[in-house]
Ligand binder design. Structure first.
Ligand code: UT7
Length: 324
């Protein structure tokens, strides 16, 4: 049975940077109070990238995919599986993965989206791993991409300051040695109400509430507890000790969540890859974007063990343990 290895990474952020001060001024003009101090102290976020109106998820996803293909030294035609994790698809259908495939100028490979909100990338990576291990794919493009700004209520300061737009991607290829050491996915649908965008289109009209709503404190507690347990489970499955993890690349939601997790696991904060200060929370894009940053700046090196973790709406969470 073949193994699967990450052979390339890529990322793309829309050029427009919105700082906390920009956002505070914008909200103040509408009578809503927030501040750089509050946002930094409670979350660790300093700025986010926001797509221009009309820029779609497939555009960001395609740019990240091209960068990942370049880094793997592959052509789009070498890819036989495309999975896009997103909660902000361009359309109800076709899938964003099919749009990316068309943008790359190829056809024939399997292409589909995965919807697991901020856990979407680890769900997609675990799925691609299963395709490769079972011999159904040789080279998979696994992408997390979001224009999350499109589902934010810009009058709700409890949520609109937390998120940003972007895309990250990896190429996962069949290999003789692992690669992906273990995967662990979980969900608890009974917690759906704590983080949701509970609207849809019906008879040509938006019904329900199409904006993201969150019970921040409930999500915070569940995120810490579920990711600590998930890290322990995935390491046990792979037969490695927590201390053997060289780098943790968790979903980038809140620096306080990340620090709680690393401390509960007994890992020093130096082993955490943190991009939320510059990217904010980009949902399904946050893990592959952070992985790409740390691979390109030379922190993550060949032979190292990396824990990728996602957590978010559904409620969903999961871990993928990889050797680079
Ligand atoms: O990607 C999915 C995963 N998402 C997450 O992991 C998010 C998890 N949750 C969190 O990160 C945190 O709960 C938040 C950052 C969302 C909130 O931090 P908190 O420390 O839990 O604050 P809080 O909700 O308890 O609010 C504290 C105060 C409240 O005022 P009162 O009631 O004490 O007077 C809020 O109204 O802060 C107020 N507040 C704000 N003030 C200024 C809430 N948002 C803001 C804001 N600016 N943007």
């Amino acid at each position: 049975m073949p193994f699967a290895r990450i052979t390339g990474t890529g990322g793309y952020l829309p050029p427009r940077i919105v700082t906390n001060n920009d956002l505070a001024a914008d909200l103040a003009a509408r009578g809503i109070e927030t501040s750089d101090t509050w946002i930094v102290e409670r979350t660790g976020i300093h700025q986010r990238h926001i797509a221009e109106p009309g820029v779609k998820t497939s555009t960001l996803a395609t740019a990240a995919a091209r960068a990942a293909l370049d880094s793997a030294g592959l052509q789009a035609g070498d890819i036989d599986l495309i999975i896009v994790a997103t909660s902000t698809p361009d359309f109800i259908f076709p899938s964003t993965a099919c749009l990316v495939q068309a943008n790359l100028g190829v056809g024939g490979a399997a292409a589909f989206d995965i919807q697991a909100v901020c856990s979407g990338f680890v769900y997609a990576l675990a799925t691609a791993n299963a395709f490769i291990r079972s011999g159904q794919a040789q080279h998979a493009l696994v992408i997390g991409a979001e224009v999350f700004s499109s589902i934010l209520d810009w009058n709700d300061r409890r949520t609109c300051v937390l998120f940003g737009d972007g895309a990250g991607a990896v190429v996962l290829s069949a290999a003789e040695a692992p690669g992906v050491l273990a995967t662990r996915l979980n969900a608890d649908g009974r917690q759906q109400h704590i983080l949701c965008a509970a609207g849809t289109v019906e008879a040509g009209k938006v019904t329900g509430d199409p904006f993201l709503r969150m019970d921040g404190q409930a999500v915070f507690k569940l995120a810490v507890n579920s990711l600590v347990q998930s890290a322990r489970d995935v390491c046990a499955q792979a037969g490695i000790a927590i201390d053997d993890i060289d780098w943790m690349v968790p979903h980038q939601a809140n620096i306080r969540i990340l620090n709680f997790i690393s401390r509960r696991l007994g890992l020093s904060d130096e082993r955490l890859v943190v991009t939320l200060d510059r990217h904010a929370n980009t949902s399904a894009a946050s893990v592959p974007l952070a992985l790409d940053v740390a691979c390109r700046d030379g922190r993550i090196r060949a032979g190292q063990t990396v824990l990728l973790q996602g957590v978010g709406g559904g409620f969903t969470w999961g871990s993928v343990l990889v050797r680079i």
